[in-house]
Design a protein around this ligand. Structure first.
Ligand code: NDP
Ligand code: GDR
Length: 326
């Protein structure tokens, strides 16, 4: 039986990836900072057969022990300080976890592999945030990076160190340059889940308004379960490589708000939504749109959900959770 170790297993992607790997017959291990923390109970209930091991991306010794104990053939590094706005407030921690943490895990893998180079395949969660103020559109694997946040800068380090270890040591290491992907499991601090939840609560009469930041930013949004499949496909290739995963469409935050309200039958939403400057970022990304043609060609990867379907899935989930869909 194949064994996989997933860092960031308690996050949105970690849970979907673990479920995919279980369905593919893997024995799955999830790296968490405190395996006995009661906050993990819902994740443990959701993921049933996953074993949890202790480790922190900032502590290379803990990663070494985790990899030695699991003996995985695949490691998926999804752990990160992943909230872009927060990365300005805590640029140091973001760098320690999201940048240096990648080096730590590569070193731990290299140490456990010894002379069996390539026996542990590695996936790094790279991000479209690295493109930032992109000079060309759509962005593909060859587009230059111009990150616009401490998070984007940290991800660029993780990306290049993964390529460097592949080229220097022959490791089977791949970067998935994933554009935004969403689901009902998205954490509440991200804009799509924040909107979906607020719309459901306004519809149910529980809230009177929604306060947002930049409504004009455009993102390329996909569906998280589709995107974790791409991660797995990358590690099934004979060699490590880098792939953009994206829908190829960009929509504004305003478009998302519009569709989300329409899902509950509200067409005139202006009076519910206000903009607060505290949600504006010191430097934002105006527009991102990805070109996933390499992934389609090499991996045979295709997205299954449209933007409209994703918005509806997220809003309906929130409405159902409140028990008020009519
Ligand atoms: P989440 O924010 O939902 O999950 C992040 C995970 O990292 C959590 O499990 C968190 O644990 C864990 N973590 C944070 N710090 C540490 C640490 N020091 N040691 C070990 N674990 C830690 O992220 P997503 O699931 O949305 O994303 C997965 C990865 O993909 C991230 O690296 C993200 O940056 C990247 N990415 C995401 C995209 C998206 O649209 N979702 C797009 C492109 C890249 P805890 O539960 O304890 O907080
Ligand atoms: P992003 O996602 O920064 O793209 O990073 P987020 O949902 O946080 O922001 C998207 C855009 O929405 C604008 N925005 C707001 N954002 C938040 N969070 N809250 C608001 O109230 C709000 N109002 C407007 C933002 O300014 C931004 O332009 C996500 C994360 O998952 C990263 O880890 C990942 O790498 C990238 O996607 C690809």
């Amino acid at each position: 039986m194949k064994r996989a170790l997933v860092t960031g297993i308690s996050g949105q992607d970690g849970t979907y990836l673990a479920q995919l790997l279980l369905s593919e017959g893997y024995e799955v291990f999830g790296l968490v900072r405190e395996p006995d923390n009661p906050a993990l109970t819902p994740v443990k209930q959701l993921l049933g057969d996953v074993s949890f091991v202790s480790g922190d991306l900032t502590d290379v010794g803990s990663l070494l022990r985790a990899i030695e104990s699991c003996q995985p053939s695949e490691v998926y590094n999804l752990a990160a300080v992943s909230h872009v706005a927060y990365s300005w407030q805590n640029a140091g921690l973001t760098t320690d976890v999201t940048a240096k943490g990648v080096l730590n895990i590569l070193e731990a893998i290299r140490s456990v592999e010894g002379t069996r180079t390539g026996s542990i395949r590695f996936y790094q969660a790279s991000s479209s945030e690295m493109f930032g103020k992109a000079l060309t559109s759509p962005q593909n694997e060859l587009t230059a990076f111009w990150p616009r946040s401490p998070y984007g800068v940290a991800k660029a380090f993780g990306h290049y160190i993964t390529i460097n270890y592949r080229e220097s040591y022959g490791m089977h290491a791949s970067n998935g340059i994933l554009f935004n992907h969403e689901s009902p499991r998205r954490r509440i601090e991200f804009v799509t889940r924040k909107i979906a939840r607020a719309v459901a609560r306004i519809h149910a009469g529980l809230d009177s308004g929604l306060v947002l930041g930049n409504l004009d930013a455009r993102r390329d949004w996909g569906y998280a379960p589709d995107y974790v499949r791409a991660m797995w496909l990358m590690l099934q290739q004979p060699q490590g490589d880098d792939f953009v995963i994206a829908s190829g469409e960009s929509h504004s935050i305003r478009d998302f708000v519009d569709l989300a309200f329409a899902t509950v039958g509200i067409r005139e939403w202006n009076s519910y939504v206000s903009v607060d400057e505290s949600f504006l970022r010191p430097a934002d990304i105006d527009v991102l749109v990805g070109d996933a043609s390499k992934a389609r060609r090499v991996l045979g990867w295709v997205p299954t959900k449209s933007f409209e379907e994703i918005v509806e899935i997220m809003v309906r989930h929130e409405v159902d959770a409140l028990g008020s869909f009519s």
